[in-house]
Design a protein around this ligand. Structure first.
Ligand SMILES: C[C@@](CO)(OP(=O)(O)O)[C@H](O)COP(=O)(O)OP(=O)(O)OC[C@H]1O[C@@H](n2ccc(N)nc2=O)[C@H](O)[C@@H]1O
Ligand SMILES: Nc1ncnc2c1ncn2[C@@H]1O[C@H](COP(=O)(O)OP(=O)(O)O)[C@@H](O)[C@H]1O
Length: 291
């Protein structure tokens, strides 16, 4: 196989709680993750010339070893002493530094694709063990679907599928560093733990309303404290009929869950008209397994 085209899907966090901090600075989390149908196109080409080459439509992304897709390819090339090269094209649509795991998902796509392309024979678990070295969310991006993530995000338990709905995504024009958000969280005591168990119960009852009502993200107060526009976007979504709206991951992207597509469109228009965000997309929950 010389050519492989993959969809690299984004995630949202339906719930995000932080339980403690480890010696190495990483945090123990309890999160409910969900894949959405918003994706980057990742194309892999096997080349006779050795080495890793990256092309991308976003001029500001690194195309060297600082790109997480490059790191993923290098990890497998080194471990398996692969002699051929690989050319990786990242056609990015997932907003960058947004809390949607765009980079982690690209790394997962490269691990998954190279395992096939070079017939490495690694199981999903073996890919995930390598993925966590690149980023805490990479194992989840390999697994996809509705998942409880614990540990630093790499201890994964599959959950009943999230009931389908429209997901409105709005990324205000701010870039947030995940590292900074976790560090700032440490400066205060966490008293407002989200109801992760409520989300789990909602999923087992297949109640979209219960899931939506139980959503919560402990990182919101750090990021919203600096960027109140996040709260404004949440309010616009709720005023236009979202079952609930919340920041994803470390932010700044806000997502709203809607039963009604027309309401999602109206919320999208209101966010654009008020110039709260330019990157505003309507998408869906995505539960299909990888092929
Ligand atoms: C917050 C979350 C929620 O899903 O997502 P994003 O906002 O990045 O999408 C994740 O926990 C982010 O995962 P990911 O972005 O893969 O993290 P990494 O690259 O491994 O780490 C970036 C930085 O975040 C901090 N970090 C990350 C994960 C974790 N459990 N505890 C941490 O403290 C560390 O300071 C680390 O240096
Ligand atoms: N393939 C990639 N896609 C996106 N960002 C990347 C990639 N490789 C490296 N980066 C860097 O990683 C940082 C975080 O990107 P991203 O994964 O989009 O954020 P998040 O985890 O918040 O969704 C960006 O600032 C970007 O410069």
């Amino acid at each position: 196989m010389r050519y492989l085209k993959l969809k690299s899907l984004a995630k949202i966090n339906l719930g995000l709680d932080v339980l403690g901090r480890r010696e190495n600075g990483y945090h123990d989390v309890r999160m409910v993750m969900q894949t959405i149908y918003l994706y980057d196109d990742v194309t892999l080409r096997r080349t006779e010339e050795p080495g890793i080459r990256i092309q991308t439509n976003l001029f500001y992304l690194p195309v060297n070893e600082n790109n997480i897709a490059y790191k993923a390819a290098k990890l497998l090339i080194d471990e398996f002493d692969i002699q051929d090269g690989v050319s990786i094209t990242l056609d990015k649509h997932i907003p960058v530094a947004a809390g949607l795991a765009g980079g982690s998902s690209n790394a997962a796509a490269v691990l998954f694709g190279m395992n096939k392309m070079f017939a490495l024979g690694l199981s999903e678990q073996e890919l995930m063990d390598r993925g966590v070295k690149l980023g805490a969310d990479v194992p989840y991006c390999l697994m996809r679907g509705t998942v409880l993530a614990e540990g630093i995000g790499e201890e994964l338990t599959r959950l009943p599928q999230m009931p389908n709905c429209y997901v409105l995504i709005a990324k205000p024009p701010i870039s947030v560093s995940t590292k900074m958000v976790y560090e700032k969280l440490d400066s205060g005591e966490i008293t407002d733990h989200p109801d992760i168990d409520g989300i789990l119960q909602g999923l087992s009852e297949q109640s979209l309303e219960k899931v939506a009502a139980s959503m919560g993200n402990v990182l919101e107060r750090v990021t919203i404290g600096e960027y109140p526009v996040i709260e404004e976007i949440k309010n616009v979504m709720k005023a236009h009929g979202a079952l609930n709206a919340m920041m994803s991951g470390s932010g700044p992207t806000v997502f709203g869950l809607f039963r009604d597509r027309r309401m999602a469109r109206e919320a999208q228009k209101a966010i654009r008209d008020r110039e709260l965000a330019k990157q505003v997309y309507i998408t869906n929950i995505h539960n299909a397994r990888r092929k």
